[in-house]
Design a protein. Structure first.
Length: 54
């Protein structure tokens, strides 16, 4: 669940950042994908750490 929320949040954050910087639709999609992947990876690490501790 954390991974899904992190990836959706990352996609929204990346898309908004690219739009704020005046990016074209391809730029917005690339930023959204990049941020979604990065935050999904962070969410995966957090999930693994929580599973190990609990």
């Amino acid at each position: 669940m954390i991974v899904i929320l992190a990836s959706i949040g990352g996609a929204i954050w990346g898309g908004m950042l690219a739009r704020k910087r005046g990016g074209k639709p391809a730029d917005i999609a690339q930023y959204a994908a990049g941020y979604a992947i990065a935050l999904a990876l962070c969410g995966l690490i957090v999930t693994i750490v929580l599973e190990r501790l609990l």
